[in-house]
Write a protein that binds this ligand. Structure first.
Ligand SMILES: [Zn+2]
Length: 232
């Protein structure tokens, strides 16, 4: 028991230190703001964060990226981070959130796992983002032509992948006469069910959503166009 309490204390202390570093950086950022190119727009509310994510995907689609000065972003974030959003998405190499939302370095947390499903580690990461660091938005992003979703439909069995695709199976909808549609509709349903599971399994997140302090939204990425459709 003592060991557990000690571990909790160590974690809390670490989080407090991270928190202090964040405040310090806020002041430093204000002090030196004239010399710093802002990462993007100021984000104070969940709606601000959502608007910036939508705008970022539009910049990406239009080829008008503004968050590509990585050296500058490293300089701005060296003493702390203030990501406005956490994105949970698939490991698929075609869906990198930092790029497709034009956020670069330091603007968003990203949690990735095949099939963008939640588990206690993902929930813990989200709780850290929204409760400790102060991120305003959780985005659960799936995509079309998802291999993990297809694996669930195909009943893939391989090492630890078996239990992973089992978690996607409750989301399966459609029929096998059109496997492509079935995969994509299942991906969308998987986003919806994952959000429901997050709210059910994390009282921390559920409470923040109910208090309107954060938002949680689904998003669907099209790997053939680069376009993100938000499922609000
Ligand atoms: Zn995928």
């Amino acid at each position: 028991m003592k060991k557990v309490i000690l571990q909790i204390l160590v974690i809390c202390t670490g989080l407090l230190i991270a928190s202090c570093g964040q405040n310090k950086t806020n002041n430093e950022t204000e002090t030196h703001s004239e010399n710093i190119v802002k990462n993007s727009v100021e984000v104070n509310t969940p709606d601000d964060a959502l608007a910036e994510m939508k705008a970022g995907n539009k910049r990406f689609l239009d080829g008008k990226l503004v968050n590509t000065d990585y050296k500058n972003q490293i300089e701005q974030t060296k003493d702390g981070q203030h990501p406005h959003t956490i994105v949970l998405t698939c490991i698929d190499s075609r869906t990198p959130p930092e790029i497709v939302f034009d956020q670069g370095i330091g603007n968003i947390f990203v949690a990735r796992v095949a099939g963008n499903i939640e588990d206690p580690n993902i929930l813990g990461s989200m709780e850290y983002a929204v409760k400790v660091v102060g991120s305003k938005l959780i985005v659960v992003m799936g995509h079309n032509n998802c291999g993990a979703v297809k694996g669930a439909i195909d009943n893939v069995e391989l090492g630890n992948l078996t239990q992973l695709v089992d978690q996607i199976k409750p989301a399966i909808v459609g029929d096998t006469t059109n496997i492509k549609d079935m995969v994509n509709e299942t991906s969308k349903n998987n986003i919806k069910l994952t959000i429901e599971k997050i709210l059910k399994s994390s009282p921390v997140i559920d409470e923040l959503v109910k208090e309107n302090k954060i938002k949680i939204v689904g998003a669907y990425y099209d790997v053939t166009s680069g376009e993100v459709t938000f499922l609000e």
